[in-house]
Write a protein that binds this ligand. Structure first.
Ligand code: NDP
Length: 245
């Protein structure tokens, strides 16, 4: 079996996903760069290779069964197994004027779209990749969540919420709950699965509003992707440590 470990990062053509791919590439991982747009995928792979990383492109739309099945086949052909899966692809959904998703006027189709990408997409990709992950001696799964998915923080009146995000925030709470279910299911295996909050990073996602760089946002995910065998599983972390569910 090849010594080089392979890591799939979904939504890796830009933003935090690209920074995670780049960080793992610099650590010697062969990076499977997941992205849904062919041109942007190609340019991300070229950029990673120019920086010295071993990288190959994986066309991947996380909401489509066939795309995910094709991606699994491609990774099996290229690498034979998968050591790290970073479920990074995600959307906020339309925030509307004033950067708000008001629960009292919420467009239900918006909720469906956000959950389809941020939660169902993660389950779809994770389950498709599981057979390849099970061939690794140290499989790691990282779900990119957000502190807005922390029910403890959202419900704390003393914490200033940047915005009401009634579609996006619950989608990350749902993702967190799913992460815990996977961790329980994997309890007797060597698969470690955790959720990571990148913090508010300047990316397309928020109109480049964040005060952190994508590289800063990638750090926790990279740490969780490279955990030792006795590392934690079924927990939620940011740069400062454990985030309460
Ligand atoms: P970006 O918008 O820069 O990147 C999102 C990535 O996800 C893009 O590559 C995008 O592809 C991809 N993507 C979206 N939908 C799909 C889909 N259906 N199938 C495949 N790929 C898809 O955002 P960020 O880098 O900021 O966000 C990355 C993750 O970090 C998200 O999960 C987000 O929720 C989370 N996060 C971000 C924070 C921030 O402050 N930026 C804070 C907390 C969490 P395309 O380019 O084709 O649209």
């Amino acid at each position: 079996m090849s010594e080089t470990k392979t890591a799939l990062v979904t939504g890796a053509n830009k933003g935090i996903g690209y920074a995670i791919a780049s960080g793992l590439g610099a650590l010697g991982y062969r990076v499977a760069v997941g992205a849904r747009d062919a041109a942007r995928l190609e340019s991300a792979v070229e950029k990673l290779r120019a920086a010295g990383a071993e990288a190959f492109g994986v066309p991947l739309e996380v909401t489509a069964d066939q795309s995910v099945a094709d991606a699994t086949e491609l990774i099996e052909r290229e690498a034979g197994r998968l050591d790290v899966l970073v479920n990074n692809a995600g959307i906020s959904g339309d925030m509307g004027p004033g950067w708000v998703q008001d629960p009292t006027t919420l467009d239900l189709d918006l909720v469906r779209t956000v959950v389809e990408t941020n939660v169902i997409g993660v389950i779809r990709v994770t389950n498709a990749m599981l057979p390849l992950l099970r061939r690794s001696s140290s499989p790691r799964i990282v779900n990119i969540s957000s502190s807005v998915g922390s029910m403890t923080r959202q419900a704390d009146p003393d914490i200033e919420l940047g915005a009401i995000m009634a579609a996006y925030a619950p989608s990350k709470a749902f993702l967190n709950a799913v992460t815990v279910q996977y961790a329980r299911q994997f309890a007797d295996t060597d698969i470690l699965i955790n959720a990571a909050c990148p913090g508010l990073c300047a990316t397309d996602f928020n109109g480049f509003f964040g005060n952190r760089t994508p590289e800063q946002g990638a750090a926790t995910a990279i740490r969780l992707a490279t955990l030792p065998d006795d590392g934690p599983s079924g927990a939620f972390f940011d740069d400062e440590g454990v985030v309460p569910w």
